[in-house]
Design a protein around this ligand. Structure first.
Ligand code: PLP
Length: 398
């Protein structure tokens, strides 16, 4: 028999499956709200001005392409660390934080997972219910048992905070808790500052290991505000993990730029952690690619380009907010008696719209509007030209 005779077909990725169906749809007015990508008002993935300018500078230098160090471009790691923890953070001053370049946010999570497996192989991993669909698969692939903690409450369309807190209180010490730092994917429901305080307290008391996934910094309330929870966890003095991504905030999806940061309790411990993390990297892909890291490092460390980036990111954030407002206003007119105000409270690119699977099916079959079966829609895929049609269709399937 052939070597591969017993290989079974893997299940299709649910979200990429939506895109395939969308591409095959011949309706010229089709709309894809199933994606996890920011589109501008023309329905295009933007190329940011700050990226264009940084790339022009890099092109002028025509630098040779040798290998980067195992942990990535030093200027990138430094700039990212300051962005993630704050430039004056004690964990940086005390050399307790280490940051390595990673292949997107996914790469940061994977490095963290593989490293944790080496340090504490029997730890359980806990993710929110629901969570980004790759969290479970990624940690399971790294060899962990993955459990859910309660998160979303469909009745209030907000966070089931009591459920979440009670779960934290029953997790075995040493459990790894994956937390969305901001702009929860898929629900758009975030914790309040007061709720984060409680979570930080319980995580510390119970000796849990926080792993913050920050894929949408700047898409919620602002760069500083969205990173606040990372600063507050870092201030507790305990060990922590942070993966972050520039896929969305720099619109650099295909360049795979992200990072993993780890905070240890001493500089000596941090140095040992970094040495082991480098082994994880070396045996996976040796060292990361140059281009995306150089672009982000150039933008973050050049004041003028950084200002351009902050303005452009604010523009994306504001446009998403405007689409939330507009959708709610349109639904008020078209579906009177239905309350969609919660869409305005949600943060980031996504909204758990409350649409059922049957309603999502009708949107697809009758209107060529594609959403995720769970009712998740990408608000960043709405624009001034398609929003009216989306609101009309939603009103009709309700
Ligand atoms: N974490 C969350 C919550 C995400 O939504 C995503 C991307 O959709 C990622 C991580 C991965 O980001 P990247 O594309 O940079 O790997």
């Amino acid at each position: 028999a052939s070597l591969f005779a017993a290989v079974e077909m893997a299940p299709r990725d649910p979200i990429l499956g939506i895109t395939e169906a969308f591409v095959a749809d011949k309706n010229p007015d089709k709309i894809n709200l199933g994606v996890g990508v920011y589109y501008d008002d023309n329905g295009k993935v933007p190329l940011l001005e700050c990226v264009r300018k940084a790339e022009a500078q890099l092109m002028e230098k025509l630098a040779p392409r040798s290998y980067l160090p195992i942990d990535g471009l030093a200027a990138y790691d430094k700039a990212v660390q300051e962005l993630v923890f704050g430039a004056n953070s004690p964990v940086i001053q005390e050399k307790r934080a280490i940051t390595v370049q990673a292949l997107g946010g996914t790469g940061g999570l994977k490095l963290g997972a593989d490293f944790i497996k080496r340090v504490t192989p029997n730890a359980q991993v806990w993710i929110s219910d629901p969570s980004w669909e790759n969290h479970r698969a990624l940690f399971e692939a790294a060899g962990f048992q993955v459990n859910n903690y309660p998160y979303y409450d469909p009745a209030t369309r907000g966070v089931n905070f009591d459920g979440m807190l009670n779960a934290l209180k029953t997790m075995p010490a040493g459990s790894v808790v994956v937390l969305h730092a901001c702009c929860h994917n898929p629900t758009g429901a975030d914790l309040s500052d007061a709720q984060w305080d409680e979570v930080i307290r319980v995580v510390g008391e119970r000796g849990l290991v926080p792993f913050l996934d920050m894929a949408y910094q700047g898409f919620g309330d602002g760069i500083e505000q969205d990173g606040g929870v990372v600063h507050r966890f870092a201030a507790t003095g305990g060990a922590m993990f942070v993966s972050n991504s520039f896929s969305k905030s720099f619109s650099l999806y295909g360049e795979r730029v992200g990072a993993l940061s780890i905070v240890a309790v001493s500089a000596d411990e941090a140095a040992r952690v970094l040495s082991q993390l480098k082994r994880v990297i070396r045996t996976n892909y040796s060292n990361p690619p140059i281009h995306g890291g150089q672009v982000v490092a150039t933008v973050l460390s050049t004041p003028e380009l950084r200002q351009t980036w902050e303005n452009e990111l604010a523009g994306m954030r504001d446009r998403i907010r405007e689409m939330r407002r507009k959708l709610v206003d349109l639904l008020k007119q078209k579906a009177p008696g239905q309350d969609f105000e919660f869409v305005i409270q949600q943060r980031g690119m996504f909204s758990y719209s409350g649409l059922t699977k049957a309603q999502v099916d009708r949107l697809r079959n009758e209107f060529s509007i594609y959403a995720v079966d769970t009712g998740r829609i990408c608000v960043a895929a709405l624009n001034s030209k398609n929003i009216e049609r989306v609101a009309d269709a939603i009103a009709q399937v309700l």
